[in-house]
Design a protein around this ligand. Structure first.
Ligand code: HEM
Ligand SMILES: *[C@@H]1O[C@H](CO)[C@@H](O)[C@H](O)[C@H]1NC(C)=O
Ligand SMILES: *[C@@H]1O[C@H](CO)[C@@H](O)[C@H](O)[C@H]1NC(C)=O
Ligand SMILES: *[C@@H]1O[C@H](CO)[C@@H](O)[C@H](O)[C@H]1NC(C)=O
Ligand SMILES: *[C@@H]1O[C@H](CO)[C@@H](O)[C@H](O)[C@H]1NC(C)=O
Length: 725
């Protein structure tokens, strides 16, 4: 079937004559599609080729390191390339038609569903997975998350699209981010530049960091760690613009995938260029075909890891990755460990094997003293030191549990030990997150409203992470990042030898674990010091507009600007639309906004910056809301996070409480375990609080590890004679 408009656009204008038969037209259409595809393929190959060439000079600034660590893993490169080719082909076809017609058309005006599908095929986009692939019993969850839901095998799986809870809003309805066309007006106002929003509303210069009176720094770091179990939105792997070969690192023009952040030339971050580099997130290949073609061809983004809380941070999300993480020669089902360095006899994550890695080295250290980047289930493991510490802790926990299971069940094969341990470690991630972490973030009341007690697996719930969760709501944590990383000694005082560090000194610096005292001082810092608090009430009035904790890390990156630009890149609807989605009222006036955020001065300032309340970016609006009682987020983020957690829990067939996953006795044992216990079992820290997320004073609120309850693995003992494995 061909599309009539397409024939009109191309057929007539290509002067194909009047006697066109159907099959003749079809041939013309296909040849037009093929040539546009070929054009796109060349553009993208060139861009990737040039990128590879310019990368050969290794990156050095933290800014570039952050970008590179957020590109897709090599095993998914083909998929991302296919998606870029698919999107670019659609654009090339559209541009041709628009030039010929001298008017503005949408892809959906031009092409039929079949034609779009054909383009996806040509581009190398994978066909969707049929439920018939999910055959047989599966005792353990798959690495990629495929077939967790047997009717919709791709739900929650790695490399599937971020889910839209509300349709995207692009400037051309299809692909252009908000703010792409600088003069475009929304409700009579241009969108403010993200850097202006960041400077005017979020920048804190000399405001002292407030301390959370209840929770420890561990609460913040667990947030980042668990986010890295849930979502990873890869950025374009091309550093060059597709159409004209501009280098995204240098250009201040918008040209896919470059979407630079405009800044003033006097800005201290600018280096006089007038913009900061920003790479658009990779597009998704054709998602499920929908009857409405316009919705099908809208640009979507990808979650390149599994949405499920499944310890993908430990085990990865693909078989290729798993191979590099496992110790396949061990009969005990162990994970691979670092063979060069140990932490007082305790193990480190393995180092990357491909050549010298990009991680920073101790100044003045010799070539043979290198500490290369760690590898773990998630590629962002080296971003900051505390994150690397948490990854390391769980690798150690796996190996500890595996060895123990092996002693209990000497008849188990290595594979069985590995999978049973993976299942336990995954369950512990779920328990610590849902029982200990989430209620503290959204408050017990929101937890009860949005989640309540577990009622079993719900096959119709789609557990895939939503775009607004990954791009806005769960980035609430960026406002509570502490500018210092504390390192403490055995009595939870400033460490004599390894002083506390500025955050940026901990970026991509695994050497600071290996050469500076290992995990223990860092873990003690996470347990023994309060989280930074995002709190408006305790500041002097004149400082009210500068109440958020540091989001720009001097000379390296402005995380606030990145978050805002990312939201626009993804076409996220505004703050007000999400309020309606969560059944709150729309904010119409400054006094409505004052009500929502509990701060008149700030409300006025926000209105001044945005002009119209409907223009407020969702991340900014949500972050500014007055926190709910007993929560660390306002009502909007509590709603969005609560809903997402519900999907991740009820939509997971392997959820630890789902009957049949564990025995009742095993469930009971798992519940006695805690993050504090994991720290006790896998580090030199000997005193911990009962709940790692609660801050206390040393020594009153700390307990000896001997008093911290632990899961008893006896519940996993199996008699060899009645074993089924
Ligand atoms: C020192 C601490 C942290 C640093 C340096 C950091 C840095 C970053 C960076 C550079 C991005 C990508 C920004 C972009 O280009 O869009 C990002 C994304 C993100 N961050 Fe953080 N972050 C930190 C802590 C946290 C915390 C505490 C949380 C949550 C509690 C969090 C949640 C997220 C989420 C949900 C994303 C999006 C993930 C995705 O889907 O790709 N981060 N972070
Ligand atoms: C990419 O570059 C390599 C060598 O630099 C060349 O052999 C190859 O043909 C190029 N590929 C494309 C698609 O341009
Ligand atoms: C397509 O998107 C529109 C909004 O752009 C939405 O109202 C509609 O429900 C969507 N249609 C389908 C079939 O998803
Ligand atoms: C694999 O495990 C064996 C013991 O079973 C150990 O000797 C070896 O060092 C381990 N290799 C890696 C890479 O962890
Ligand atoms: C920890 O450091 C403090 C000083 O910062 C010192 O007074 C204390 O004795 C140290 N504790 C231990 C166990 O070394």
């Amino acid at each position: 079937m061909m599309h009539l408009t397409f024939v009109l656009m191309f057929g007539s204008l290509l002067c194909l004559g009047t006697k066109s038969s159907n099959s003749f037209e079809w041939k013309q259409i296909m040849s037009e599609i093929r040539s546009s595809f070929q054009e796109s393929l060349n553009m993208i190959n060139n861009a990737l080729n040039q990128t590879a060439r310019s990368r050969s000079r290794s990156p050095s600034s933290p800014e570039q390191m952050f970008m590179i660590s957020r590109q897709a893993a090599s095993e998914s490169q083909d998929l991302f390339k296919a998606a870029e080719i698919f999107q670019t082909t659609l654009q090339v076809l559209k541009d041709k038609a628009n030039r010929r017609q001298k008017r503005s058309l949408h892809v959906s005006d031009l092409l039929s569903v079949e034609e779009v599908e054909r383009i996806a095929d040509l581009s190398g986009c994978p066909r969707s997975v049929h439920p018939s692939t999910c055959i047989g019993e599966d005792k353990y969850r798959s690495l990629s998350g495929v077939c967790n839901n047997r009717q919709n095998p791709l739900w929650g799986s790695a490399n599937s699209g971020l889910l839209r809870w509300l349709p995207a809003e692009y400037e051309d309805n299809e692909i252009q981010p908000k703010g792409w066309n600088i003069d475009r007006q929304y409700n009579g106002f241009k969108l403010p530049l993200v850097r202006d929003v960041s400077e005017k509303l979020m920048h804190s210069s000399n405001v002292p960091v407030l301390e959370d009176n209840l929770y420890s720094q561990m609460l913040v770091d667990w947030g980042q760690y668990i986010d890295h179990d849930i979502s990873f939105t890869p950025q374009s792997s091309s550093q060059m613009a597709f159409t004209d070969g501009l280098n995204c690192l240098h250009t201040c023009r918008n040209a896919n995938p470059c979407f630079p952040i405009q800044i003033s030339r006097t800005d201290k971050l600018s280096g006089s260029k007038g913009c900061l580099p920003f790479f658009r997130s990779s597009p998704a290949c054709l998602a499920d075909l929908q009857p409405n073609l316009q919705n099908t061809t809208q640009r979507q983004q990808i979650n390149s890891i599994t949405s499920f809380i499944d310890a993908s941070t430990v085990y990865g999300h693909s078989e290729q990755l798993e191979k590099t993480l496992r110790n396949l020669s061990s009969p005990e089902g162990l994970l691979a460990v670092n063979r060069e360095h140990t932490d007082n006899g305790r193990l480190y994550l393995p180092s990357v094997t491909s050549g010298p890695s990009a991680c920073f080295q101790k100044p003045g250290s010799a070539a043979n003293e290198r500490v290369d980047c760690f590898v773990a289930g998630d590629s962002r493991v080296n971003e900051i030191l505390s994150l690397s510490a948490l990854h390391t802790l769980w690798m150690r926990e796996h190996n500890r549990v595996a060895k123990h299971l092996r002693r209990l069940n000497p008849h188990w094969r290595s594979e069985v030990i590995y999978q049973e341990t993976r299942k336990i470690v995954g369950a512990l991630h779920q328990i610590i997150t849902m029982r200990d972490y989430i209620p503290k973030i959204i408050g017990q009341e929101s937890f009860d409203n949005h989640l309540g007690p577990y009622k079993g697996y719900d096959v119709v719930l789609n557990p895939s992470v939503s775009n607004v969760f990954a791009t806005a709501a769960f980035r609430f944590g960026h406002a509570t990042i502490s500018p210092v990383l504390r390192r403490l000694n055995e009595s939870f005082q400033e460490h004599e030898r390894f002083s506390s560090l500025n955050l940026h000194q901990t970026f991509f610096s695994p050497w600071r674990l290996v050469k500076e005292g290992g995990l223990d001082p860092v873990l003690r810092g996470l347990l023994g010091r309060p989280a930074a608090l995002q709190n408006q009430d305790h500041l002097m009035t004149e400082e009210l507009t500068e109440r958020l904790v540091v989001l720009n890390i001097p000379e390296s990156l402005d995380l606030a600007s990145l978050n805002l630009q990312r939201g626009r890149d993804h076409g996220l609807p505004g703050y007000n639309d999400w309020r309606i989605f969560c059944r709150y009222t729309r904010v119409e006036t400054t006094s409505d906004l004052t009500e929502a955020i509990g701060n008149a001065v700030l409300a006025e300032k926000i209105m001044e910056v945005y002009g119209h309340p409907n223009n407020i970016d969702v991340w900014l609006g949500g972050l500014m809301e007055r926190p709910l009682p007993g929560a660390r987020t306002g009502p909007l983020f509590a709603c969005l996070i609560g809903k997402q957690m519900k999907m991740l829990r009820e939509g997971d067939r392997f959820w630890w409480e789902n009957p049949g996953i564990f025995t009742q006795q095993q469930r009971h044992e798992l519940e006695t375990h805690s993050l504090s216990r994991v720290i006790c079992d896998n580090s030199g820290v000997m005193e911990v609080p009962l709940d790692s997320f609660r801050v206390g004073t040393y020594p009153e609120d700390f307990h000896f590890c001997t008093d911290i309850p632990s899961l008893n693995l006896e519940a996993w003992r199996e008699k060899p004679d009645n074993c089924t494995v």
